[in-house]
Structure formats: C-alpha cells, structure tokens
Write a protein that binds this ligand. Structure first.
Ligand SMILES: Nc1ncnc2c1ncn2[C@@H]1O[C@H](COP(=O)(O)OP(=O)(O)OP(=O)(O)O)[C@@H](O)[C@H]1O
Ligand SMILES: [Mg+2]
Length: 300
C-alpha cells in the first residue's frame, strides 16, 4: 500500500469523516504487518492514524484489535487512542484512531518511570478487567505447537546450548504450569516499548492491540524487559515486579517471581532464535547472557 492508497481510504470513509486530507505519512509500510499511516486533515483540523490489514494472515489479528477498540478500550484502566471507526472494506480490515502521542524514548527513563509502567501493566492485568473482557469475547491463545518447540530446541542446540537446556526441553510443561499458577488476566500480547506512546501530558498511551488475549500476565513483562534489553536499556526488574504485584492486587511472592522466570525462559527458548538473524551481535549476546542467568534461577 502507498500513501496514495491512504488518500483513497480517506475518500472511502466518505461522509463518516470530516475534513480535507492534506498530508499522509507512512508509519509502517505493511511489508510484514499492517500498513499504518499518519493523516493530517484540515477544516476541521485533526491528526489521525489509519491502520489497514490486507493480507489474509493478518486479518484475524486486525479483527482482534478492532474488537478490542470497539468493546473494551473505553472501559480499560490504561489510556489508549480514541477509536473513531473501523470495519471491513475493500478486502481489508481497517481502523481509524486519533493520533495519540509520540514514540517513547526509554534510554533516559528514571527508575520511577519504569515503575509507573509496571503499575499500569498491573492495572491492565487486574481481575476486574478480565471479567469484562471475557464478557466481551476475549479468548486465550493456542498453546505453542510441537513444531515450534522442536524449532526452538534445534536453534538453541545449533548455538551450543544443548546441555544447558536439555532438562528444560524435557519438562517444558513445567514452565507453562508455573505461569498458570498466576490467575488469568487480559494480556496486551505485544507489550514492548514500540507499542507505547507518550502523550503531551507525559502519560503512557498503549497501542497495537492485535495480540490482546486472555493469559496469565508475566509474558507481557518478559517481552517488555527483553525488547528493552535488546535495545541496550536495562529495566529495574525487581522494583517493577513489586509495583506490578501491588497494582494487580496479587502477592509479591515466589509464585510471581517463578512465573516471571518461566515466562522469560519461554520467550527466549521459543521466540528469540527466529529474530537472531536480524539482531546485531551485542543484542544477541545480551539475550544469551540473560538465558544463562535464567536457567539457574529456574532450577533453584
Ligand atoms: N494512535 C496513534 N497515534 C500516534 N502514533 C501511532 C498511533 N498508532 C500507531 N502509531 C505509530 O505507528 C506505528 C505502528 O503502529 P502499530 O504498532 O499499531 O502497528 P504495527 O502493525 O504493529 O506496526 P509495527 O509492526 O511497526 O509495530 C507505532 O509504532 C506508532 O509509532
Ligand atoms: Mg506495533
């Protein structure tokens, strides 16, 4: 999709939007995901974001995000962009939101800023949100397939981690069981800093709800930490876990800590090998170092 297409989309929305489109910026080109455009409109003035999913394999995720904005967004405990409209048109699923802030820059964050973020995540994971989400149709994800496990095991073996990881692969269900010790909750599902904006009042705005699902929570923390670490940023995990537990209304105890270790291990063992070819060596080394610390923490 091109910027011309974004203009065409604005026309397609017809009477339901007001104003003349004067500028279009590509925010994500749609090569590997949805196409995302920033739109500037005059008379009346407005800044919008149009997200369009055209490939068949994206439509389900796009529909999940649309359902989130329609059914849940305005009831949730975290700030999200205002949903203007969305639906199916022209063989695509589209979403029109207000432009809600700028990308977050975590390099210079204070410890307190990280704690604020962990607190908001804890609010999202509270049981009251889950009750509403289930009522509005939120569902869980499929468990990782046998092929995915085999691919992860193969990749880490190639990297020389056969001995370290063999006991974990042999009892992979134990990781899942530790995560399930926590109560169920509504998870963001793609919780990394690239999906977090900062608004003019310096508040967090949570975006990109394509992976929202019912889970148990620590996967959101694990992804947040790992993606930050890959970028060379070091989040204060301990303090975040404590703030998270308080905000979520669960004990800050060994069950939570073990679930967090299990979620990190699951992420490293199953997801990271796929992305290694695209990462510079220092980033890969940070993930390997983390793995080497997680395994003994899990065995303790
Ligand atoms: N409502 C919004 N206000 C301001 N910027 C936005 C908004 N929605 C999206 N963006 C910008 O567009 C980018 C891509 O949007 P989004 O994360 O929703 O799509 P995506 O398909 O996940 O793209 P990517 O794979 O690049 O993350 C965001 O990282 C953000 O910079
Ligand atoms: Mg995104």
């Amino acid at each position: 999709m091109t910027e011309v297409d974004a203009g065409r989309w604005w026309g397609l929305l017809g009477d339901r939007v007001r104003g003349e489109l004067v500028d279009v910026r590509t925010m994500a080109d749609g090569a590997s995901g949805s196409a995302v455009y920033g739109l500037t409109v005059v008379e009346p003035a407005g800044e919008f974001v149009l997200k369009v999913a055209s490939q068949p394999w994206l439509r389900e995720r796009a529909r999940r995000e649309l359902t989130f904005y329609r059914e849940l967004a305005s009831h949730g405990p975290v700030l999200v962009p205002e949903f203007l409209m969305g639906g199916e048109a022209d063989g695509s699923t589209y979403l029109l939101l207000t432009a809600a802030g700028l990308p977050t820059e975590a390099e210079r964050w204070s410890k307190q800023r990280w704690i604020e973020l962990a607190t908001e995540l804890g609010w999202l994971h509270r049981e009251q949100v889950l009750a509403l989400a289930i009522d509005r149709g939120a569902t869980g994800l499929e468990p990782a397939s046998a092929e995915k496990l085999a691919a992860g095991e193969h990749a880490w073996r190639e990297l020389g981690y056969e001995r370290l990881l063999a006991p974990l692969w042999a009892n992979f269900e134990a990781l899942d069981a530790a995560i399930r010790e926590l109560p169920a909750c509504l998870c963001h599902g793609d919780c990394h800093l690239g999906n977090l904006l900062t608004d003019p009042a310096d508040r967090f705005v949570w975006i990109d709800w394509q992976e929202v699902h019912v889970g148990h929570g620590p996967g959101d923390l694990a992804l947040l930490w790992h993606r930050a670490e890959v970028d060379g940023v070091n989040p204060p995990r301990e303090a975040m876990l404590t703030a998270y537990a308080v905000a979520r209304g669960i004990p800050d105890d060994v069950i939570l800590r073990r679930a967090a270790v299990a979620a990190e291990l699951t992420l490293v063992m199953l997801e990271w090998p796929t992305f290694f070819p695209y990462l510079p060596e220092p980033a890969r080394a940070r993930i390997r170092n983390r793995l080497e610390r997680l395994v003994p923490a899990w065995r303790r």
